[in-house]
Design a protein around this ligand. Structure first.
Ligand code: HEM
Length: 204
């Protein structure tokens, strides 16, 4: 049996499997994965994620040391998300109101400081690119060319596995070097998932 230090990514997957499943079952996610999903649903989803990713990525990329970011192979996803949003640019007042309400709640979110917690958050955002690829494929099937570039959902494209492997390897190295404490990273990932769950659950 492998220790947490040798395969933190597997421990993270097991520890977060239940909350991931609950997220998949949220109405907003069921809508996006349905066979009747529309371009407006996709637009709404991007708007919601913009509000979640803006404060989270700002905290992560200004707090985690640049060399650690480089070793993990992480890059902000917000520019891709904003590009997809402008490509979709379909103004919808109702959806904007939903987002305004969500924004007020997110501003109350506590600041994240600890390196383990921050890396746990990176796990959630990087892992989301795996599921994002699956969602992008589904949307392409239903929406065809209307999906546009899907730069955010299919962030790493054909490099997805390679990037994930680098991320997983870096986690183990950082644990072996004593920079990360596996259980604290897992707690950070769980806390991030719990925040995302609550925020996504509120926005329907
Ligand atoms: C309808 C919604 C979603 C679906 C269908 C979905 C689907 C998936 C799938 C299929 C994988 C495994 C990919 C693989 O092994 O190649 C995955 C992994 C993952 N997803 Fe999602 N996902 C969804 C939403 C999310 C959201 C909103 C987040 C967080 C923002 C998220 C975070 C993760 C993480 C962290 C992993 C990595 C698990 C691991 O360690 O292997 N997912 N998702």
């Amino acid at each position: 049996m492998q220790s947490l230090e040798k395969n933190l990514i597997v421990a993270l997957r097991h520890a977060t499997a239940a909350v991931h499943e609950s997220i998949e079952q949220l109405p907003i996610m069921c809508r996006i994965m349905s066979t009747t999903v529309t371009r407006i649903d996709y637009y709404h989803y991007l708007l919601v994620l913009r509000e979640l990713y803006t404060p989270l990525e700002a905290a992560l990329y200004t707090t985690v040391a640049p060399d650690i970011q480089m070793r993990l192979g992480v890059r902000p996803k917000l520019p891709a998300l904003l590009a997809d949003l402008s490509e979709q640019a379909t103004f919808n007042t109702d959806k904007q109101n939903t987002i305004a309400a969500l924004r007020e709640q997110i501003l109350l979110a506590p600041a994240i400081q600890d390196a383990n917690h921050l890396v746990g958050s990176f796990y959630v955002l990087e892992g989301a690119t795996l599921g994002g690829r699956v969602i992008a494929r589904h949307l392409h099937k239903v929406l065809g060319a209307e999906l546009g570039g899907a730069r955010f959902l299919d962030f790493h494209g054909e490099h997805t596995s390679a990037v994930w492997k680098q991320f997983a390897g870096a986690l183990d190295e950082l644990c072996a070097e004593g920079y990360l404490e596996p259980n604290a990273v897992i707690n950070g990932a769980l806390a991030t998932f719990a925040d995302l769950y609550q925020q996504l659950a509120r926005c329907e």
